[in-house]
Design a protein around this ligand. Sequence first.
Ligand SMILES: Cc1cc2nc3c(=O)[nH]c(=O)nc-3n(C[C@H](O)[C@H](O)[C@H](O)COP(=O)(O)O)c2cc1C
Length: 148
Amino acid sequence: MRIVIVYGSLTWNNQIMAERIEECIKVNYPQVSEIKLVEWFEVEPTILKEYDFSFVGSSTWGDWDPCDVMVQFIDDIPATNLSGIKTAVFCNGSRSFEQFCKVWDTLNETLSDAGAQIIWEIIKVDWEIDESFDEIDTWTKSIMKEIL
Ligand SMILES: Cc1cc2nc3c(=O)[nH]c(=O)nc-3n(C[C@H](O)[C@H](O)[C@H](O)COP(=O)(O)O)c2cc1C
């Protein structure tokens, strides 16, 4: 089993979330032979086809805006055939904003429309990521139980 985690972060919070997911898998699932952590701007959506499972995530900037390092990646998804890939979306934002992490429901739809199979519901975490480590671990383990 090979897994990729693709994240987008401007002030490191989504990166911390991505690293927590990675750590949870490394500690608990030795049967995962490879886990790759990569930022959105470094890759294209086709990378999702190279792995057995992908976690895709980002922080939220503006009511309907993804973290700007992700914009090109998201724009490229509809032109990419993602049928057969399995994925789950993780995001972070701040509950002080009216549209808490709202944009990422759209990402789920964009991925589905391109043929991706959404394995688990999206996780949305407030800006103090370390206070949500238990929630992130539980979410990650639920997904691993589903895909292994
Ligand atoms: C200008 C600005 C706009 C933001 N807009 C939203 C928003 O619409 N919804 C939300 O949930 N969080 C919003 N946030 C909160 C960020 O997503 C939050 O600070 C997050 O921790 C940043 O994560 P990052 O360090 O991984 O980029 C906004 C933050 C800033 C500074």
